[in-house]
Ligand binder design. Structure first.
Ligand SMILES: CC(=O)N[C@H]1[C@@H](OP(=O)(O)OP(=O)(O)OC[C@H]2O[C@@H](n3ccc(=O)[nH]c3=O)[C@H](O)[C@@H]2O)O[C@H](CO)[C@@H](O)[C@@H]1O
Ligand SMILES: C=C(OP(=O)(O)O)C(=O)O
Length: 443
């Protein structure tokens, strides 16, 4: 369930971002915990009937708040305790989930794996998340059925029925789905089964969740480069885990340094989880170095065009492509960006064009992993961007226009902030700490 997107500021009553661009960012920032690790970690923590304590959860994020409400309404006990989140699934009841909450976040899908773990019925109204293409769930369904769970799908949602999983199972994905990998892990870790999962997603956020599950006593092994073996254990114990830091926010800062011609040290960051992306940005001309517990990034010369293709990890991350587009919007030359994962991920390009960018988006003549026609963006670098009134189309599209605004001449106003704030809890604090003139205006 997506919120309707407003198109202009007339009579606006909702908060918006106002940015005066053109200030080179300088200084040091510390990354918060990663949304895309925190959300599955919270669900993973509810696989135990003991208390699992999570540190470094970005508690201020809209998506985290929605997920916590959704879990608590279905019987889990997830409580904020200072900066920690204390979780237990001991009273999980499943049942019919709140459609409004489930429809706002993509990771409500993971409650299928959680409910399978507790052998309870679950009716999951259709999940939401960013509107960036056809976000299918057929692989989740097929995998849970392969594991022995009875599933039904209707126009309204997905129904997991109480059932007994099979003892020895092999699941194979044609594409390493992020959420699908997590659902298999969650359904299998505490069952009586041994599950071999082929073509599992290997994103750093998945590794972080596997580390959490291992600390809870789960038996999960990599038995091939992309093959997981999960041997169910009867019980998962109490544990304490620190969520990894947010590599997409690190990328957002790097992109902002590039467009503002600044220099920033990003603490709690590592290039190891951003190898494809950092390789492209170094090739474009940005100076990016590893320093003690962080990354130092500096604009040293005009950037040149570098074309990229998004791919499953360790390829160039689809969530980071909008931040590359912004860098390319003022680079010398023309670059192409081929988006192979999601078919509708270029809506933000039209917003960047309102700021003077020169981007065309065309059918690419290839099929995305979800079976839809894929698109390619052609980006011709311009001398500079100018402020405009724009919309945050989705989380990363919102980040892209905000980063563009930091480098643009004049004032930009960004509405539909709800989307940006699903993934960035402290956008204003993050960038004003680096010298940006940025305000969240509440009319
Ligand atoms: C909260 C979170 O961490 N979300 C991330 C996760 O989403 P999400 O878990 O939705 O991503 P997936 O890896 O599952 O999906 C990627 C592609 O596979 C397709 N697919 C997926 C499942 C399925 O059953 N059938 C199918 O065809 C999807 O339609 C999409 O085109 O990974 C995406 C791809 O890296 C990121 O953009 C999201 O930020
Ligand atoms: C697409 C994203 O998230 P979600 O899957 O939660 O919509 C994202 O984090 O960029």
């Amino acid at each position: 369930m997506e919120l309707a997107i407003r198109k202009d500021f007339t009579g606006i009553t909702e908060p918006y971002l106002q940015i005066e661009g053109g200030i080179p960012l300088q200084g040091e920032v510390e990354l918060p915990g990663a949304k895309n690790s925190a959300l599955p970690s919270i669900v993973a923590a509810c696989l135990s009937d003991e208390e699992v304590v999570l540190h470094n959860v970005p508690l201020e994020l809209n998506d985290v708040k929605q997920l916590v409400r959704l879990l608590n309404e279905a019987g889990a006990e997830v409580k904020v305790d200072g900066s920690r989140l204390v979780c237990s699934g001991r009273n999980w009841s499943g049942g019919t989930l709140n459609a409004e909450l489930a429809g706002k976040i993509r990771h409500s899908l993971l409650l299928l794996g959680l409910s399978a773990n507790w052998r309870s019925n679950l009716f999951l109204p259709l999940p939401g998340g960013c509107s960036i293409g056809n976000r299918k769930h057929d692989l989740h369904l097929q995998a849970l059925q392969d594991l022995g769970y009875e599933m039904e799908e209707s126009e309204l949602g997905l129904h997991l029925k109480e059932s007994n999983p099979k003892k020895e199972v092999e699941v194979s994905f044609h594409y390493p789905t992020f959420g699908g990998t997590l659902n298999v892990l969650f359904a299998a870790v505490r069952s009586d089964s041994t599950v071999t999962l082929r073509n599992a997603a290997r994103n750093p956020e998945i590794i972080d969740v596997i580390n959490l599950l291992a600390s809870m006593g789960a038996d999960i092994k990599w038995v091939g480069p992309a093959t997981l073996q999960i041997t169910g254990v009867g019980r998962l114990n109490a544990a304490s885990h620190t969520v990894m830091s947010d590599r997409i926010i690190a990328s957002t800062v790097i992109s902002a340094v590039g467009v503002t011609k600044g220099s920033v040290t990003i603490r709690n960051a590592t290039v190891q989880v951003l190898e494809s992306e950092v390789a492209a940005w170094r090739e474009a001309g940005l100076q990016i170095e590893e320093v003690d517990n962080g990354i130092y990034v500096k604009w040293v010369k005009p950037l040149k065009a570098v074309s990229i293709v998004t791919e499953a990890y360790p390829g160039f991350h689809t969530d980071i492509q909008p931040l590359h587009t912004v860098l390319m919007a003022t680079a010398e030359g023309t670059s192409t960006l081929k988006e192979t994962i999601l078919d509708g991920r270029f809506a933000y390009c039209y917003e960047l064009n309102k700021m003077g960018a020169s981007i065309t988006v065309a059918d690419g003549g290839f099929t995305c992993v979800n079976g839809a026609e894929g698109q390619i963006a052609h980006i011709t670098g311009v001398d500079g961007l100018v402020g405009a009134d724009v919309v945050a189309t989705d989380i990363r599209g919102g980040a892209a226009v905000a980063v563009a605004a930091l480098g643009a001449e004049g004032q930009t106003r960004i509405m539909n902030l709800y989307q940006l704030e699903r993934g960035y809890g402290n956008f204003v604090e993050l960038f004003s700490g680096l010298g940006a003139q940025i305000t969240r205006v509440s009319p």
